[in-house]
Design a protein around this ligand. Structure first.
Ligand code: AHG
Ligand code: MN
Ligand code: MN
Length: 342
């Protein structure tokens, strides 16, 4: 009888998101105790519920409009409502949550928890790319986590209107050909692919880095004539090779899908000011800011032209911002042109 094969612990074969979050906690958040990982497990649980509904969408009465409009004046899809309820429930039962802010709720959801218990404020876009649900195109979920300020005069408003550089963690899930969770807790960016056979997110992209320069630019160029001139000149430069390479255009129409491609392949995504959205369409607190945190942690950049997205001092919870996000080469080139045109 030969020697037994070396026992390799199962955990060495795979690293689940829960294991990784706990490891990150040991390294970076020793003071956070289990609360931080317990908090993130609420998010991963909700996204698994959302993912299951999306995969069955064609079979259930879950497609189409819910017949309501949200605070943004956009018609809510049934999946928007389901995704929002899943996150409100899974996070609401975590006692470390003090406040929840959702794209789908006009007002913040405030929990009556003592400051030493309710330590976190969480923002989320429960379902990003809703207009794509009925045509089976990738959609996503975006989240952003802050600590509740401890100062005595802290109130709901000051807890919510914090600049993006104060984020503790941020992430997104893209429900595409596979379901991938990407998150940062301030020490690098990590991607996990949902393994349906075990129902766990498994580490698949260790320490993700965004290419300094990529091959794609991503913008809804039907609006080109309404873009500020600096954006038009910049797009012309991308198209005529002035940045030293040929670019292809890709636009999914779901921010999370367009951003995830930019994370992996590099390039730049832009949502400029338009006639319909003079301050840009994307919301600062639960779309631009979490993705900006992730982009910077992966070596990329994110700006509204005048300043770093993470430096913007928010004035209201659903405020919109222009967004140019991607590789350092493309975004620095945009900033140069934008400032020269001021
Ligand atoms: P949401 O579905 O959360 O409202 O977000 C939709 C956003 C974003 O996902 C995407 O980048 C953008 O809308 C597309 O807007 P246009 O259709 O105007 O290009
Ligand atoms: Mn969105
Ligand atoms: Mn949404």
């Amino acid at each position: 009888m030969g020697a037994d094969p070396p026992v390799r612990s199962a955990s060495k074969l795979i690293t689940t998101a829960q294991q990784h979050i706990l490891e990150q906690k040991e390294i970076h958040f020793p003071d956070a105790g289990g609360t931080f990982s317990w908090l993130l497990s609420g998010i991963t649980l909700a996204t698994k519920m959302i993912e299951a509904k999306i995969r069955q969408a064609g079979l259930l009465d879950i497609l189409g409009a819910a017949g309501e409009t949200n605070v943004q004046g956009e018609s809510q899809q049934k999946l928007d409502v389901f995704a929002n309820q899943a996150l409100l429930h899974c996070l609401g039962v975590r006692e470390s949550v003090a406040i929840l802010v959702s794209e789908e709720n006009e007002e913040p959801v405030v929990f009556d928890r003592a400051p030493e218990t309710g330590k976190y404020v969480i923002f989320f876009d429960p379902l990003d790319g809703s207009s794509n649900i009925d045509v089976n195109v990738s959609v996503g979920t975006i989240f952003s986590i802050f600590r509740r300020p401890e100062s005595a005069e802290a109130n709901v408003k000051s807890a919510i209107l914090q600049p993006g550089w104060k984020q503790v963690a941020a992430g997104y899930v893209v429900y595409g050909s596979s379901t991938i969770l990407v998150y940062t807790a301030g020490k690098g960016v990590f991607g996990f692919t949902l393994d349906p056979s075990i129902g766990a997110y498994v580490l698949s992209h260790d320490n993700l880095r965004m290419p300094e320069q990529g091959g794609f630019y991503s913008v809804n160029d039907a609006q080109y004539t309404h873009f500020p001139q600096a954006y038009q000149r910049y797009l012309d430069a991308l198209r005529n090779g002035s940045l030293g390479r040929e670019y292809s255009s890709r636009y999914v129409g779901s921010l999370v899908a367009d951003f995830h491609r930019t994370m992996l392949k590099g390039g730049v995504f832009l949502y400029p000011p338009t006639k319909g959205y003079p301050s840009g369409k994307l919301r600062l607190l639960y779309e631009a800011s979490p993705l900006a945190f992730i982009a910077e942690q992966a070596g990329g950049m994110a700006t509204n032209g005048d300043q770093r997205i993470l430096d913007i001092e928010p004035e209201n919870i659903h405020q919109r911002t222009p967004l140019v996000i991607g590789g350092s080469v493309e975004v620095s080139e945009f900033q140069k042109r934008w400032r020269a045109a001021r």
